[in-house]
Design a binder for this molecule. Structure first.
Ligand code: PLP
Length: 410
């Protein structure tokens, strides 16, 4: 008899985005003429920049020649891309890493989801609440949790509330936690962590022999230079943290797929039986090479072009375009009396609903009265109730139109 992995049965239905789609489709069926604006999804809207397109086309041409053909590449990524990452992402921030600490992959979703599997099943997981759902769901699949309760929280996971009251910066857990997921700039709240905040986490992880899984997928949106772009800007973080980066939002690669993960050699995990320290990097390397066959040459050539002078100029212009949208959203909502957060170093604006309205009530109001789709905060976790996420990924005119529509109903 084939037995199912019952951990998968603990998963709650992928509720948030299917439920949004269901409500939007029902509304459209009933109002076929309505011009619905979507500021809900976290996907980019601008095309790839010319420098990247040119590099990818040229890489396709290489592939059509005997000398330029590339079959299976190194699972960890081509040296040409890894070198650019070290040189352009880390060196200018004072971070020195070795090539063998970088693992190129096809996305931070996979990396943040897969990394947990090299750690013991009895590790206690801590997440920010609200949270990018991948961290939680993949730990549920692995069997690190019990069942979900009515408020959607899984037994065994430590949820760290991030609300306006604590400035969206969670308190340090009072219980022993072993795997701490931190996402900065944060999806969905748009908050960032200053150096002192990250140092607090690094110190905590050291004291507790815990691991920080640091998701910096939105690093490129940081505008304030005092905010760390990498957790390794904090001394000693290379002993306790793994960092995730992605080209998805920085270079418009959501449909191309390229990212990387940093696993420093100094990072150790421990044998439960003896307490003996084990280096994590070779274990992730083993896992990566066993289950992954590398990102395509064409894709990595495109990612490399993002670091060329013209590539940098072009992708930064796109990021500024989105950040201008974010400030248009922030200004419009603030002037309408909403409490607005994020959107200054992240492409997401997080707002409090008014008059005690729930996240989903606000969603319905915007959809029905303004024909506007956003994302209800409660969908990201219990502490997101009463909040709402608007994304800056859209055309400026559309964003302005969306804000005019909110003004009319406020
Ligand atoms: N991490 C966070 C916080 C995200 O919001 C997303 C995508 O929206 C990802 C990771 C996934 O990135 P990728 O496209 O590299 O898989």
């Amino acid at each position: 008899m084939i037995k199912i992995n019952e951990n998968f049965l603990k998963l709650q239905a992928g509720y948030l985005f299917p439920e949004i789609a269901r409500r939007v489709n029902t509304f459209k069926d009933q109002n076929p003429q309505a011009d619905v604006i979507k500021l809900g999804i976290g996907d980019v809207t601008k095309p790839l920049v010319p420098a990247i397109v040119k590099a990818m086309k040229s890489a396709v041409d290489d592939m059509g020649t005997a000398q330029g053909f590339h079959g299976y590449g190194p699972e960890q990524g081509y040296g040409f891309l890894v070198e650019k990452i070290l040189e352009c992402d880390y060196k200018p921030r004072g971070v020195s890493l070795d090539k063998s600490e970088i693992f190129i992959s096809d996305g931070s979703k996979c990396d943040t989801g897969n990394l947990q599997e090299i750690f013991g099943i009895d590790n206690v997981v801590a997440v920010q609440d609200p949270v990018y759902p991948v961290y939680v769901d993949t730990n549920v699949m692995a069997g690190r949790t019990g069942q979900a309760s009515k408020d959607g929280k899984y037994e065994g996971i430590v949820y760290m509330p991030c609300t306006a009251e604590n400035g969206f910066a969670p308190e340090l857990p009072s219980e022993q936690v072993d795997m701490i997921y931190l996402c900065y700039p944060n999806n969905p709240t748009g908050s960032v962590a200053e150096k002192a905040t990250l140092k607090k986490w690094v110190d905590f992880a050291k004291e507790n022999k815990a691991l920080i899984l640091y998701d910096a997928a939105y690093e490129a949106f940081i505008q304030d230079d005092s905010i760390p772009h990498s957790i390794y800007e904090i001394e000693g973080a290379d002993e306790v943290a793994i960092e995730f980066r992605s080209f998805s939002k920085s270079a418009g690669f959501t449909g191309v797929r390229c990212a990387f993960t940093v696993v420093p050699h100094k990072l150790k995990a421990y044998k439960k039986s003896s307490g003996e320290a084990v280096e994590v990097n070779p274990i992730w390397n083993r896992r990566h090479c066993t289950k992954f066959n590398g990102v395509s040459y064409v894709t990595q050539k495109g990612a490399e072009a993002a670091y060329s002078p013209e590539g940098q100029k072009q992708i930064k212009e796109v990021i500024q375009y989105y950040m201008n949208n974010a400030s248009v959203i922030r200004d419009a909502l603030s002037s309408l009396g909403y409490s607005v957060y994020g959107g200054e170093n992240a492409p997401y604006v997080w707002l409090s609903t008014k008059d005690g309205m729930s996240s989903w009530e606000f969603f319905d109001l915007l959809l029905e009265k303004a024909h506007l789709v956003g994302t209800p905060g409660a969908g990201f976790g219990a502490a997101g109730e009463g909040y709402f996420r608007l994304s800056a990924f859209n055309e400026l005119d559309t964003v302005k139109e969306a804000m005019d529509r909110i003004a009319k109903i406020s």
